[in-house]
Design a protein around this ligand. Structure first.
Ligand SMILES: [Ca+2]
Ligand SMILES: [Ca+2]
Ligand SMILES: [Ca+2]
Length: 357
């Protein structure tokens, strides 16, 4: 039951423009309308240090936007909600973001292999996961979608990322993501802590109008920028044992890590592990090329994530938002995942970035 939101939007545009608007109760999968919120990037010559610590001079002067994000899972008391702050700064060639938000848990136990009592190895999985919906043994993530060239209909004006969300469709636990028409493209900055955050990067992806197809496009509109190398890869079970381990030989639940840096991977030595030991099921390395444009430092402490990001204002890539005209505004939205594969909390209102002179 794939569906474009465009006809619906077009037919109701005049109503939307005339009055504040709430989606009819009968249309549960139609996005809801929210009032856009202005955020401002401050100009700085003091480049923030990307270390996950918000003590930089730029963050002392950049305006603070306080947000609430809702409708996810996990987070405090299992309510699927979080609150935080957003700040932006820019230099002559780069943009910087500081995002802080509450998360009671630093979640890194992403589907490890566990040694069983009989000596075999088994991947730890969420028993309630019916496909792409792990909410128990995952990682913390944060994702931004930029509405490239204001191409996504209704994004900036009232729907934010909701313009791309197709809840209730078959194939996905939490809905498919794609835009209404060819040419409507969003730039996704997807910070996956275990897979990209720990090595200082955000996964640079994008979303277009591709609808869900079980065979041809199981990810619907979600796609990744081109890469020239690097990235993350699953560790396979070979002859019933993980193919690699980290060279320190430590179990992840005994002082090791739930990821293996590519340069640290060595052949697996089963004799180092006892029943109950967990080892990483993912190898990680920095993306190079278009997919590796976003430098990141993410740090969790005392129930809060602090994430600093930077990217060139202009990359020239067709799958990146390019801040080439600082007199223009740029619409975006942000989502937060607490130990969840897809069920994210989100800021409801469209965020509209302008660059202070
Ligand atoms: Ca810093
Ligand atoms: Ca968490
Ligand atoms: Ca890119």
């Amino acid at each position: 039951m794939s569906r474009s939101i465009k006809p619906y939007l077009a037919s109701t545009l005049s109503i939307l423009l005339a009055a504040s608007f709430a989606a009819p109760a009968s249309a549960q999968d139609k996005p809801k309308s929210y009032k856009p919120a202005a955020v401002t990037a401050t100009k700085t010559t003091a480049t923030p240090k990307l270390d996950g610590v918000a003590d930089d001079a730029a963050w002392k002067t950049a305006p603070v936007y306080k947000f609430k994000a809702i409708k996810g899972v996990n987070f405090k008391d299992g309510k699927g909600e979080t609150e935080g702050t957003l700040q932006l700064a820019y230099t002559t060639d780069s943009i910087y973001l500081l995002i802080t938000y509450a998360d009671p848990t630093m979640s890194v136990q992403r589907s490890p292999f566990v040694k069983q009592a009989d000596g075999s190895w088994k991947k730890l999985s969420d028993p309630d996961d019916k496909g792409g919906d792990n909410n128990k043994f995952y990682e913390d993530k944060m994702a931004i979608i930029w509405n490239m060239d204001n191409s996504i209909f209704g994004f900036n004006e009232r729907f934010s990322c909701g313009a791309l969300c197709h809840a209730g469709e078959p194939g996905k636990a939490y809905g498919n993501k794609y835009s209404g028409e060819e040419g409507e493209i969003g730039d996704i900055w997807h910070m996956k802590y275990v897979r990209t955050g720990v090595i200082g990067q955000t996964d640079d992806q994008y979303v277009d109008h591709t609808q869900y197809d079980k065979e041809k496009s199981p990810e619907a509109g979600r796609k990744s920028d081109a890469k020239t190398g690097g990235g993350y890869n699953d560790v396979k079970l070979v002859d019933g044992k993980p193919e690699f381990m980290s060279k320190d030989g430590k179990a992840a639940n005994k002082g090791g890590t739930y990821w293996i840096r590519e340069e640290d991977k060595v052949a697996f030595d089963d004799s180092k592990f006892k029943a109950g030991d967990e080892v990483a099921s993912i190898r990680v390395a920095l993306f190079t090329g278009d997919r590796g444009d976003i430098a990141t430092a993410a740090k969790w402490a005392n129930g809060k994530w602090t994430i600093e990001m930077s990217r060139k204002l202009v990359t020239g890539s067709k799958t990146d938002v390019n801040f080439s005209d600082l007199a223009k505004t740029y619409g975006f939205g942000i989502a937060f995942f607490d130990n969840a594969q897809v069920r994210h909390a989100m800021i409801q209102e469209p965020l509209i970035l302008s660059f202070a002179k």
